[in-house]
Design a protein around this ligand. Structure first.
Ligand code: NAD
Ligand code: DAU
Length: 339
């Protein structure tokens, strides 16, 4: 099997490559990544020189280059992780989200059609469903929940999902789509809640909690997401959407308190700052379809996963301290300077 993993130098894509190497060492993997601020080749150091692995620095917006790679490689499966992924950045600058997340995905699917790819898997997000109210804990996102996006990021992801499903119906491209809840684990860029709070706490810097901190996210350890994507792209039905989540809803403020406790830092570091524009209140996934059809269940409980994650950030300070220098420092000043 010849597998294309786009966005494999990012957080989930790199964890997915490690998962595939471990569980399907017989498969060849080509990782395509533009190495934006969020992509880091050093993350892939352990697999870069392995036989059956190839890294290609490429932008999915570059249609000609994408087509040339597909012609050369004749992929069996394409898994598209490549995206602009941070909601706050999409509020600052929506354009690049539309280009990469929508047009880039279209380029990959057009090449998949032309070169007869056997499965195109689109990695999407629960954010396409919008949000749920805090006072209705009985409500969950199912695959039938209407698309109702809040941010330029989630809108661009929803557009790509709909395009993928349209390519299935119109052209018969064998697509599948997965919509996962919030991931955490090793190699997550420290602009996202959990690694940002770990990094700030370690530096005794204020921990910026948006609004009241009551917003709820449904957290899943990244390896459990990778396992789900692997199952869907190999055994999931084409033309179908699968929700992925582990029923682990937590308020942001509680996550932050857990991190401080684990690191032995005072809660006085918590600083409530101006809320995110259009901030979604609650995400909660109903994962019964993927459980019933593919037998998927999460394996890492949050209490263990968060300890493992904090340990990883403590043990790998060079990885994140290098990437938070430079461009990221300017971003941090811009986002949090006047908040
Ligand atoms: P990330 O930002 O850590 O990584 C994105 C990767 O894509 C980076 O390596 C980046 O260099 C690459 N990339 C960006 N633009 C590109 C382009 N034009 N061409 C080629 N490569 C490009 O993101 P992540 O958190 O790993 O998310 C991966 C995917 O999973 C995204 O599609 C995201 O929407 C989805 N997702 C993320 C989460 C989460 O909690 N992080 C949850 C559900 C779904
Ligand atoms: O639900 C899946 C989505 O999860 C993915 O599709 C996105 O790619 C991923 O970035 C993530 O989106 P969120 O917006 O939920 O993640 P983020 O880590 O940015 O924020 C999590 C929550 O924490 C959210 O309610 C905003 C809040 N927050 C975030 C940051 C960065 C803060 O309170 N302070 C912060 O500094």
């Amino acid at each position: 099997m010849n597998l294309l993993v786009t966005g494999g130098a990012g957080f989930i894509g790199s964890n997915f490559i490690f998962y595939e190497r471990k569980h399907h060492p017989e498969d060849r993997i080509v990782c395509l990544d533009a190495l934006t601020y969020a992509g880091n080749l050093s993350t892939l150091a352990s697999v870069l020189d392995q036989p059956g692995f190839r890294f290609v620095k490429m932008d999915i917006r570059d249609r000609e280059a994408v087509f040339a790679l597909f012609e050369e490689e004749k992929f069996d499966i394409v898994v598209n992780f490549a995206a602009e992924s941070h909601v706050d950045r999409s509020i600052e600058n929506p354009g690049i989200f539309l280009e990469t997340n929508i047009l880039g995905t279209a380029n990959l699917m057009d090449a998949s059609r032309k070169y007869g790819v056997g499965r195109f898997h689109q990695v999407s997000t629960d954010e396409v469903y919008g949000d749920l109210p805090l006072d209705r804990p009985d409500l969950f996102f199912t695959e039938e929940t209407p698309i109702h996006t809040s941010s330029p990021y989630s809108s661009s992801k929803a557009a790509a999902d709909l395009l993928a499903l349209a390519y299935y119906r119109t052209f018969g491209l064998p697509v599948s789509v997965s919509r996962c809840s919030n991931n955490y684990g090793p190699y997550q860029f420290p602009e996202k809640l959990i690694p940002l709070m770990i990094a700030n706490a370690l530096a005794d810097k204020p921990l910026p909690v948006y609004g009241t901190g009551e917003n709820v996210r449904d957290w899943l350890y990244v390896e459990d997401h990778c396992k789900a994507v692997d199952l869907i792209m190999r055994n999931g039905r084409v033309g179908e959407v699968y929700n992925i989540g582990g029923h682990n809803e937590m308020a942001n403020i509680n996550i932050v308190k857990i991190i401080l406790k684990e690191l032995g830092k005072p809660e006085s570091l918590i600083t409530f700052v101006a809320d995110r524009k259009g901030h979604d209140m609650r995400y909660a996934i109903d994962p019964s379809k993927i459980h019933a059809e593919l037998g998927w269940l999460p394996e890492t409980m949050f209490a263990d996963g968060i300890k493992k994650t904090i340990r990883w950030y403590l043990d790998n300070q060079e990885w994140w301290k290098t990437i938070v220098s430079g461009e990221y420092q300017q971003y941090y000043e811009k986002m949090y300077g006047n908040r």
